[in-house]
Design a protein around this ligand. Structure first.
Ligand code: FES
Length: 121
């Protein structure tokens, strides 16, 4: 099956360890919040849902990194996640990581990769 992609944002919208860009993905015909961030030069995408309870992570719109810029942090109870894998590193996520999304950077843009005929990621 041919892989399709959907534009999320321009590459310049993501600074390393900086603000993320929010978007939505189709999950079972429902729009689910998601985000991309840049970490150590690479772009990573996740469903915007904490492993503790289904709450969005950002402490302000698009703010996913903690002050150190080394971890993604949940605004509700402070669970910490690895930006490059989504793995739970501490706090109430208790081993439940973020759900990764396939994203890529091509040229000056960042895309969500779609591999299903109905456009789901
Ligand atoms: S909802 Fe994220 S740590 Fe509790």
């Amino acid at each position: 099956m041919a892989e399709e992609k959907r534009l999320i944002c321009a590459s310049g919208a993501l600074e390393d360890g900086g603000k993320g860009v929010r978007f939505t993905v189709d999950r079972n015909e429902r729009d689910v919040p998601a985000f991309v961030v840049r970490y150590r030069g690479k772009v990573y995408g996740y469903v915007n849902e904490c492993g503790h309870v289904p709450a969005e992570l950002d402490w302000q719109h698009g703010e996913f990194f903690d002050y150190s810029k080394l971890y993604l942090i949940c605004a509700i109870h402070g669970a910490l996640y690895a930006p490059d894998t989504g793995r739970c590193l501490g706090g109430r996520c208790q081993g439940r990581g973020l759900k990764p999304l396939p994203v890529c950077e091509v040229g000056e843009n960042i895309f969500l990769l779609l591999d299903k005929p109905n456009g789901q990621a």
